[in-house]
Design a protein. Structure first.
Length: 167
């Protein structure tokens, strides 16, 4: 129940600042959520600031690029999509293997490969991002940047703990 409440609270809190825009507006103030891994300190971004479907999602050094900012789009009370503000595409676990990088693809809330839920990481205000289709958690492939996120068996290690930073 605590995780459900936290998921709803994150979605509601971010809704006013991130989701109210719908898509990124290059002429106005650009705000978004950074998804930060707590073991590495790196944030999720899209390789090469790409706007093309199939581009690799990566953990990167924080440069404040638009490709490192995300909208948290609620699907249900407990689930959400991670939509990139630069490409307007969503994080997608195409295969779900332990070594396969996550990609960005056009958003479709019916596709469980794009749907995530927050699980307790054992750390305050830090969450595991569990993929609904594969029931695995987002995890960096390596400890250096850039590296790609992959899905890996969920555990309460700091490698799988993420925070949401609105900036």
């Amino acid at each position: 129940m605590r995780i459900r409440s936290a998921c709803v609270m994150v979605a509601l809190a971010l809704g006013a600042t991130v989701l109210g825009v719908g898509t990124a507006d290059a002429t106005g103030p650009l705000s978004g959520t950074k998804v930060r891994n707590w073991q590495t300190g790196y944030v999720l971004g899209v390789a090469g600031n790409s706007t093309v479907g199939g581009a690799e999602v990566q953990y990167q050094a924080d440069t404040n690029d638009l490709a490192q900012k995300w909208a948290i789009d609620p699907v249900t009370r407990d689930t959400f999509l991670l939509r990139n503000l630069n490409s307007d595409m969503c994080v997608t676990a195409v295969a779900g293997g332990d070594t396969e990088p996550l990609q960005q693809r056009p958003c479709d809330s019916r596709w469980e490969e794009q749907t995530f839920t927050m699980a307790d990481s054992g750390k305050p205000n830090r969450y595991q991002l569990r993929n609904l289709a594969h029931s695995k958690c987002m995890h960096p492939y390596a400890s250096t940047a850039p590296t790609y996120p992959r899905l890996y068996a969920c555990s309460t290690t700091t490698w799988q703990a993420h925070s949401f930073d609105v900036r």
